[in-house]
Design a protein around this ligand. Structure first.
Ligand SMILES: Cc1cc2nc3c(=O)[nH]c(=O)nc-3n(C[C@H](O)[C@H](O)[C@H](O)COP(=O)(O)OP(=O)(O)OC[C@H]3O[C@@H](n4cnc5c(N)ncnc54)[C@H](O)[C@@H]3O)c2cc1C
Length: 377
């Protein structure tokens, strides 16, 4: 019996698996330039105050993103607030977007999501955007350090590396207040069992009434880190968590003589930054003269002389205006305004679409004048 199949013979038209693959391969990519609506498909309670929201596009779309990137959501609360959330899902599963959100007491955005985002509900988004990512195929030894909801970018990177079955040498250190606050605890155990190169170490500030804790206890410190990852100095470190946590990690590593060139972090806290020059925000402005330009805020009738490198948002504040703004780094899109005339240098981080730029819109938080300008504010 000859059971050799020719390539032609393998094209078994009509088989369900092949039909599926044909359909999947036809799914268009999500285009951040034009696609802007996600539909909630599922909500999962992760811990007492953390939920994961699963979304897909209205029409079938494949999302292309790097693990660690985020999307920015327009939430209909207090008029409208924009909030960014890291995609916690694997970048190797392109048909869904998952975000994992901690409820912040008194915070409008996170509470609205927890209370009102249910399957079937639609939400406007921009992105994916952001540059906090590691190459999942990297041969570097990695150390992830996260606390609280700062686990989300690390989780996406870990899930992606696991899905791609890449040989990784990854140590994942996560800190929580109590064992009941540990997000993804069971999945991390599963991923560890499935990936020989992955080691997870958890630490809790204290036990909780409902969960006994026999693991590392207390704030992450150098002796603890040295026990968890004796070779931490040989690793690339990715860190995400509350501002004070990351400051503590930075200080700890610097004290230990760690090469900070190999340290990367993501802040969830826009408030920690203030409006100012782009250089203060770490952006590199092009080589321009030290010429001052006039910013004419047309609607309010204010004119401000803008110092070199000063953002239009800062100029507006100097004029006593209070334009809506949030992230101060060209990510969230809150400060989008119309540029009536003149030229600006805009160093944005994904918070504006090209078609909006073509319509003369700018994000004033990350735009510096290159000539006298008129802004519709
Ligand atoms: C790139 C990025 C990725 C992120 N990823 C995640 C993620 O994966 N998961 C996650 O849970 N979060 C993430 N965040 C944080 C998220 O965007 C929100 O900041 C968070 O959900 C809180 O939003 P909120 O509207 O509930 O509260 P906020 O409005 O941020 O308020 C937080 C607290 O500050 C108080 N507050 C707010 N504004 C003022 C003010 N003007 N004066 C005084 N107090 C004020 C509020 O009352 C509240 O107590 C990310 C942030 C960024 C920038």
């Amino acid at each position: 019996m000859n059971d050799t199949k020719t390539s032609e013979g393998n094209k078994s038209n009509g088989e369900p698996a092949e039909q599926f693959l044909t359909e999947v391969n036809r799914v268009p990519l999500w285009d951040p330039e034009y696609d802007d609506v996600l539909v909630c498909r599922q909500v999962r309670q992760e811990t007492h105050d953390v939920k994961t929201f699963v979304f897909s596009a209205r029409e079938p779309r494949a999302f292309r993103f790097y693990p660690g990137q985020f999307m920015t959501f327009e939430l209909p609360v207090e008029g409208m607030v924009t909030r960014s959330y890291t995609i916690s899902a694997s970048a190797a599963r392109p048909y869904r977007i998952e975000i994992t959100v901690k409820r912040v007491p008194g915070g409008p955005g996170s509470n609205w999501l927890h209370d009102y985002m249910v399957p079937g509900k639609e939400v406007n988004v921009t992105g994916p955007a952001g540059d906090f990512t590691t190459d999942a195929t990297s041969e570097d030894k990695l150390l992830f350090i996260s606390a609280g909801s700062g686990i989300t970018p690390m989780m996406s990177m870990t899930r992606t590396a696991s899905d791609l079955s890449e040989p990784t040498d990854l140590h994942f250190v996560h800190a929580a207040r109590t064992p009941s606050d540990l997000i993804f605890r069971d999945e991390l155990a599963l991923l560890t069992a499935q990936n020989p190169g992955l080691k997870v170490s958890l630490t809790c500030d204290s036990s909780s009434a409902s969960h006994k804790w026999a693991g590392y206890t207390g704030r992450l410190n150098l002796p603890m880190l040295s026990l968890m990852t004796p070779d931490f100095k040989d690793r690339k470190v990715f860190c995400c968590g509350p501002g004070r946590f990351m400051e503590g990690v930075r200080n700890m590593l610097e004290e230990a003589g760690f090469d900070m060139e190999k340290y990367y972090e993501e802040s969830f806290d826009f408030g920690a930054e203030t409006a100012g020059t782009l250089e203060e925000h770490g952006s590199v402005a092009p080589e321009i003269s030290d010429q001052k330009f006039r910013v004419n805020f047309v609607k309010s009738g204010h004119v401000v002389e803008c110092n070199p490198g000063m953002t239009i948002l800062s100029a507006a504040k100097e004029a006593g205006l209070l334009p809506m703004s949030s992230c101060q780094r060209g990510i969230c899109g809150t400060c989008k305004s119309k540029l009536n005339s003149g030229e600006v240098d805009m160093q944005h981080g994904g918070g504006i679409r090209q078609r909006e730029v073509d319509q003369g819109k700018i994000l004033i938080c990350c735009s510096t004048p290159l000539s006298d300008v008129e802004v519709d504010l």
